[in-house]
Design a protein around this ligand. Structure first.
Ligand code: PMP
Length: 379
């Protein structure tokens, strides 16, 4: 019998019923344009501001610091371009890490082509970020922006955001934190960032929803202009259903967090123990990684072949970040940590919501062992 085990929660989650219900109700009952100057428009904008205030409360920020977006990719583009362009007259340098998602790293590449000096910080196999390198870079040149992810999407490293924030503020830079894989997985200190981005669909909300938290001390140039929505930072008719559904998804992910975390820790431990017993497995997520992500590499088989064979058995995993999983090649996150290309090319990522069962973990291990025994080794 084919299994149905979904260990790809870092790629996306199915929307929870409550977020779907909010989306449908708000889209139908408050369909008017939230910027319209009539009673129906006022009702819609009232709902929008309620959703904004809820999100602000859940994240311990001010309502006017919540800017709705379509997700983390848009938020990351807006922040990196927006701050760099706003501060272009005095800033010479912007800083990031070598572990970022492409929606951050590719924007840095673009800004580099546009004349900024870009520093990309190193980290090691334990996910330890090189803070000395950060301080040296901050001292050397005028830096407007530092962008560091809170939790890495492939390996689950947890970067020391508060320490990075303190260093940034010592040298007059602002810190952007891509929290796409952190919200609902790891606690976030509201006093450890200036800008924070995330997506709704990673927390069982809807695809196309997301938010940027922009503290009042930060200025940035909008990237989508032509309307006054979202404090002039994101023009376009308000998608009220999506924005309200984000507030619901965030509430539920935070309410269920203690239970989900307990489950994820137990499942992670069970899988680590089982994987350690397999000769050809190298566990690449350090013990300090978030329990919701477990990355390992195969030394004798092709990671992509095993992932496909697992999929044929009804077990769904990733080889690397879903956004570029279909492109050939190795995981730059693992290679930059110091793993050889042979390991970085054959990694498998398991990621959890915390609602999986230990029985699913046992099944995964036994199916994996069978596949490794029956599928031809890579030559
Ligand atoms: N940042 C990180 C760390 C991610 O994991 C992802 C999604 N894989 C994104 C940004 C982009 O999110 P989205 O595709 O929802 O815009």
């Amino acid at each position: 019998m084919k299994e149905n085990i979904y260990f790809d929660c870092a790629a996306t989650l199915p929307p929870c019923q409550q977020a779907l219900d909010t989306f449908v109700k708000m889209s139908k009952d408050y369909f008017a344009n939230a910027s319209a100057n009539h009673a129906l428009g006022f009702e819609a904008s009232d709902k929008l501001e309620k959703a904004r205030a809820q999100i602000a409360r859940y994240l311990s920020v001010k309502p006017e610091e919540v800017i709705f977006t379509s997700g983390a990719s848009e938020g990351n583009n807006l922040v990196i371009r927006g701050v760099s362009e706003h501060d272009r007259s005095w800033a010479k340098q912007i800083i990031t890490t070598k572990a970022e998602h492409p929606s951050v790293s590719v924007v840095f590449d673009t800004m580099e082509k546009e004349g900024f000096d870009v520093v990309r910080l190193d980290y090691d196999k334990e996910g330890k970020l090189n803070l000395a390198e950060l301080e040296k870079a901050l001292q050397a040149k005028k830096t407007s922006l530092v962008s560091v992810m809170a939790v890495n999407n492939e390996v689950g490293y947890i970067f020391p955001i508060k320490e990075v924030y303190d260093l940034c503020h010592k040298y007059g830079a602002v810190l952007h934190v891509d929290a796409t894989q952190a919200i609902g997985k790891e606690p976030i200190d509201p006093n450890s960032y200036d800008l924070l981005t995330f997506s709704g669909h990673k927390i069982a909300g809807l695809k196309g929803s997301g938010a940027l938290i922009k503290k009042s001390n930060v200025n940035l140039d909008p990237q989508i202009v032509g309307g006054s929505q979202e404090f002039h930072l994101r023009a376009g008719t308000t998608p009220l259903g999506l924005d309200c559904s984000l507030a619901t998804a965030l509430r539920i992910t935070l309410e269920t967090y203690p239970e989900r975390r307990k489950n994820a820790v137990a499942l992670n431990q069970l899988l680590r123990k089982g994987l350690k017993e397999i000769d050809e497995v190298v566990i690449t997520s350090p013990e300090t990684a978030t329990p919701f992500i477990l990355n390992f590499a195969l030394t004798k088989h092709k990671g992509s072949v095993i992932a496909e064979a697992l999929s044929n058995e009804g077990i769904y995993v990733s080889t690397k970040s879903a956004c570029n999983a279909r492109e050939k090649g190795y995981s730059s996150v693992l290679a930059n940590a110091g793993y050889p290309i042979d390991i970085a090319s054959n990694a498998i990522r398991l990621s959890f919501s915390g609602q999986e069962t230990l029985a699913e973990g046992e099944t995964f291990l036994s199916v994996l062992k069978n596949l490794l025994a029956t599928i031809k080794e890579r030559s």
